[in-house]
Ligand binder design. Structure first.
Ligand SMILES: Nc1nc2[nH]cnc2c(=O)[nH]1
Length: 454
């Protein structure tokens, strides 16, 4: 079995149960897993390949719990720059109706390039439109090519404008077809085994674009197949008003009513979850994807992350779709989570949100949200998902006293090295098996095409 040694780390952040950080530490990878970890004084093992991590912080690859990768084709669209959630969606749905299978594949490669470069090694994606013959298969094919660990959420919309929903009728699907296709992709692609590179998630889009029946049937399908459930919930005040008007319930009451609480469920945003909802979600270990950039970009609000963690909710970070961020920088997202958390906490003079607290959400937190115990920290037996940031450059000059906190306090960097499932994808800052410049060229051609066909 191939072995790889990372040695001389400026800091090796294990995120283990004791949260050990080893100065001068080393880590040995054997095949797909972490085989051993040692401090500066422990004898170095032999290995087939050795990476010298002098000046680098080495840490577990981060876990992104919410994204819409196809939106990389529609970043910074003028009509959607200055509107809140519903207006933003209504400006973009007609563009997204033109998506093709190649656009799904290329946008997935683009978003995964950004994510990998920013320190993320596992990501979920919520793909909820399938126009012009697009299928989840297109995205899974691209993820396999990129080598990233992937939780593909089979999204769906079924309630169009004519039935009181938000999306135009042209982008919704029949509910029977949604359920049949979701079952098909679970059978074709879902791998429940430890170290799985591919899992499938059941993921109707949001309360304002699918029916109560579909939510209930989706929950039953997920439970029958041992898959997880994911949707948007309580994102902003219009979302709350829709829930009250349509279901006469708060979003948390609605989620419980349709069977969407528990340790196999995670909801994106939850900015406006009320106290009763936080308590109920906490007691049932329901998960949530905290998306600070998107929540600021769309003016949605600030999710009370600390309260949610204290209540027992599983909390991870999500960059959200690239039309409401409009980037996929995982370390940058962690920095924003820290800074935004400070604004909320400052209201009652509580201790400030700390760098390590947020790094934990980005690693262990995200792993828990996706229902995984084989990623998110580095101990022998865990998946070899490891990233390294070089702190010897100008952006970190003067930050030697705490290089781990400096990852978030200083300008967010790209990784020098990224390893997924024991395979090196980025070395010395460069992708080994694809060229991001060629990718961006093709991506821009397709993005123009999408605008022209709308
Ligand atoms: N932020 C965000 N919220 C949504 N709610 C339904 N769809 C979306 C989306 O694409 N982005």
């Amino acid at each position: 079995m191939h072995t790889l040694l990372l040695k001389n780390a400026l800091r090796l952040v294990t995120m283990n149960d004791q949260r050990e950080e080893l100065e001068g530490g080393w880590l040995l990878v054997k095949g797909q897993q972490v085989a051993a970890i040692g401090s500066a004084t422990a004898p170095l093992p032999q290995a087939d390949d050795v990476l010298d991590m002098t000046g680098h912080v080495v840490m577990p690859g981060m876990v992104n719990t919410h994204h819409h990768m196809y939106q990389t084709l529609t970043r910074a669209i003028p009509a959607a720059q200055n509107t809140s959630l519903f207006g933003w969606l209504q400006a973009l749905y007609p563009l997204w109706a033109g998506l093709t299978p190649e656009m799904i594949r290329i946008s997935t490669c683009t978003a995964m390039t950004e994510l990998l470069w920013s320190g993320c090694t596992t990501t979920s994606d919520h793909l909820y439109l399938f126009p012009n013959g697009s299928r989840l298969d297109d995205q899974i094919e691209a993820a396999t090519q990129m080598g990233m660990r992937f939780h593909a959420a089979r999204g769906a919309m079924s309630v169009g404008e004519s039935k009181g929903g938000l999306p135009p009728d042209s982008v919704v699907e029949e509910e029977s077809a949604i359920l049949a296709d979701t079952q098909r992709v679970i059978e074709a692609f879902h791998d429940p085994q430890p170290l799985a590179m591919q899992r499938v998630v059941v993921a109707p889009c949001s309360p304002f674009s699918v029916s109560r029946d579909l939510m209930r049937e989706a929950a039953a399908l997920a439970r029958a197949t041992g898959t997880m459930l994911h949707t948007h919930l309580a994102e902003n005040s219009s979302d709350i008003a829709y829930s009250r008007q349509t279901f006469n319930m708060t979003p948390a009451e609605y989620a419980e009513d349709v069977g969407w609480i528990g340790s196999d469920v995670w909801h994106a945003h939850c900015v406006k979850l009320d106290q009763a909802g936080i308590s109920r979600f906490g007691a049932t270990h329901t998960g949530m994807a905290h998306c600070p950039c998107s929540n600021m970009r769309l003016g949605s609000g600030i999710a009370p992350v600390r309260q949610m963690v204290a209540a027992g909710m599983r909390v991870g970070l999500g960059v959200d779709g690239s039309a409401s961020n409009d980037g996929s920088h995982m370390l940058g997202e962690a920095r924003q989570a820290m800074l935004l958390g400070r604004l909320l906490e400052s209201e009652d003079n509580r201790p400030m949100m700390q760098a390590r607290e947020v790094l934990e959400l980005a690693t262990r937190g995200g792993a828990a949200v996706l229902g995984r115990d084989d990623i998110g920290h580095l101990v022998p037996g865990m998946a070899a998902d490891i990233v390294a940031f070089d702190l010897s450059g100008i952006d970190h000059a003067g930050a030697q006293s705490d290089p781990v906190a400096a990852l978030l306090f200083c300008t967010p960097q790209r990784v020098a090295c990224s390893i997924v499932n024991g395979r090196i994808l980025v070395r010395d800052g460069h992708f080994i098996s694809h060229d991001p410049i060629c990718l961006a060229e093709r991506h821009n051609i397709l993005a123009r095409q999408l605008l022209e066909t709308a």
